[in-house]
Design a protein around this ligand. Structure first.
Ligand SMILES: [Fe+2]
Ligand SMILES: [Fe+2]
Length: 310
């Protein structure tokens, strides 16, 4: 696995680049948050959303990250990434969901000054905020697992951070201009000037359904492919997992022309989940030992076979 060209942070013993950009991406998304969500959650009503950290340093790092991501997320790369994922020769790690949470947590460098919370704490905070607001158990489970696709950094499913974290968008049609962060950086993507991939609808047709868009490769799509066939989750839960980083759609309103019957419900579900991802990060540090029994039972409810192929 080649380290990302733009990343100069800590590298662990295995030579694996540790994730550091993901929090900065989230910070920039918080900065951009101006939308009144359709279904206002209660857990964050007392928080001053403008009081989160200063973002300028984050914005510099995030721009450098997107320069690489936007140049390299092509149709050809996405076809190859999916073939790699589905290849019969790929040795798939097998572990329970809780083991996956612990593995992700152990592999993230908590000495990074820009990482306030470990991955496990972020997942527990998201789940706890959803639980406190009285949302359904399947949605609590989504909060608990939504970032486990980042394990691909360590399981051989990724080339660097650029194809693991960051906002997502479809490939195979024109990039959606200002609805995507740093739109000028797509000039370096060969698909932008491709006669088909660079055209308005590209390889798709209007109304084809959001599920038929080939999304840029990252932790959302990876986890979606893992849980789609191995969990008992409603379609809204799968949409929350698959599209939680698809800000151009769920926040900016782009790509609506591809929506089909039923997609509006999924969009509302993804929007309902987003605040629990972004704003629960300022909550107190959850006690893993206290919460573990509750969440082990929750995991068993939706993953009855317990051991998952990653
Ligand atoms: Fe995520
Ligand atoms: Fe997250």
């Amino acid at each position: 696995m080649a380290p990302s060209a733009i990343y100069n942070g800590p590298v662990n013993e295995d030579g694996v680049v540790l994730e550091a950009i993901s929090d900065a991406v989230d910070e920039v998304n918080m900065l951009k948050a101006q939308t009144a969500f359709a279904q206002q959650p209660q857990f964050d009503s007392g928080k001053n959303k403008t009081a989160f950290r200063q973002y300028e340093a984050a914005c510099d790092r995030v721009r450098a990250f997107y320069v690489e991501q936007h140049a390299r997320q092509t149709v050809a790369y996405n076809v190859a990434a999916r073939q790699r994922f589905h290849s019969a020769g790929r040795a798939r790690a097998e572990m329970t969901v809780w083991q996956a949470i612990e593995k992700l947590d152990a592999l993230v460098d908590d000495s990074d000054p820009d990482t306030q919370l470990s991955q496990m704490q972020h997942l527990l905070q998201s789940a706890e905020a959803i639980r406190r607001d009285g949302k359904p158990r399947w949605m609590q489970l989504v909060g608990l697992i939504h970032d486990l696709g980042k394990l691909m950094l360590f399981l051989g499913g990724a080339d660097g951070q650029w194809d693991v974290v960051g906002d997502t968008f479809p490939v195979g049609c024109a990039f959606a201009g200002r609805a995507i962060i740093y739109p000028d950086t797509f000039a370096a993507n060969p698909d932008a000037s491709h006669p088909v991939y660079g055209s308005a609808h590209g390889i798709y047709s209007p109304g084809c359904g959001i599920a038929n868009l080939v999304m840029s490769w990252g932790h959302d799509e990876y986890l979606y492919l893992v849980v789609r066939d191995q969990a008992r989750l409603p379609r809204e839960a799968l949409a929350m997992i698959r599209y939680h980083s698809f800000y151009p759609w769920h926040r900016e309103g782009a790509y609506r022309e591809f929506m089909a019957d039923g997609d509006e419900d999924l969009l509302q579900a993804v929007r309902a989940f987003n605040p629990y991802d972004l704003y629960s990060k300022s909550d107190g540090i959850p006690s893993v030992e206290e919460l573990k029994p509750y969440y082990l039972e929750l995991i068993d409810e939706f993953f009855p076979q317990q051991v998952i192929k990653w």
